[in-house]
Design a protein around this ligand. Sequence first.
Ligand SMILES: CC(C)(COP(=O)(O)OP(=O)(O)OC[C@H]1O[C@@H](n2cnc3c(N)ncnc32)[C@H](O)[C@@H]1OP(=O)(O)O)[C@@H](O)C(=O)NCCC(=O)NCCS
Length: 207
Amino acid sequence: MDRPVLFGRKTDDHRMSYLQRFIKKYNRSILHILLEDWLGWLTRSLPAPLGFILRWMVYRALFKQMGSFCWIYPNVYLTHTYGIEVGKTFGINSGAVMDGRGGIKIGDDVMIGPNVVIASSNHDYQQHALPMARVDHVMAPVQIGNDVWIGANAVITPGVTIGDGVVVGAGAVVTKDVDAYCIVGGVPAKVIGHRQAGVQPSVMEMG
Ligand SMILES: CC(C)(COP(=O)(O)OP(=O)(O)OC[C@H]1O[C@@H](n2cnc3c(N)ncnc32)[C@H](O)[C@@H]1OP(=O)(O)O)[C@@H](O)C(=O)NCCC(=O)NCCS
């Protein structure tokens, strides 16, 4: 099979080197990505409360939209942040990864558990002509409503819409849209329950 050269000099799309393709693809966002890499590295592991405040300031500047102060725990990895929008009172726990390349839009009062992964693009795997690492990403935006809780280690795959009030159970892999107030779990995620209206909440007691 006639495989393309990986580091060829020609500028034909199929024969560009990784670096050439990277620069072509990220021409407009390359500065943003460099900035988020450095600022992320500088603030990622800082302890509270200074860490929370500095990460909030950094990502308020980098995100497409941020509704209010948000709780970004240490060691969260956020990339292509120009495509990430979050509402008010957003929280994301340690080890979580969000890649906003294809667009991630999150409502108010959303909690993202430890090690959650939210991806908004796929590699274009529906062809054999080139290695998947050498072709464009297929963008697929993710939307998450208000008052959503995503449990630890869940994965939200590209293109999924999650309705208001949804609970995503720990370890779920969400591959399809989820209706409002559903509780989903498993791989692939299925509805395992519904949040009931009219149940009195247990309010946090301080002190
Ligand atoms: C989804 C969740 C909220 C449900 O809690 P719950 O209402 O107490 O549910 P139960 O434990 O009574 O389980 C109800 C059913 O759902 C199943 N289930 C619960 N959590 C599940 C999950 N994450 N994935 C798949 N199935 C799950 C149970 O096995 C049970 O099934 P069964 O009726 O066939 O026995 C909870 O299990 C969960 O995953 N919480 C996330 C915790 C977390 O990640 N915290 C990190 C800090 S943010």
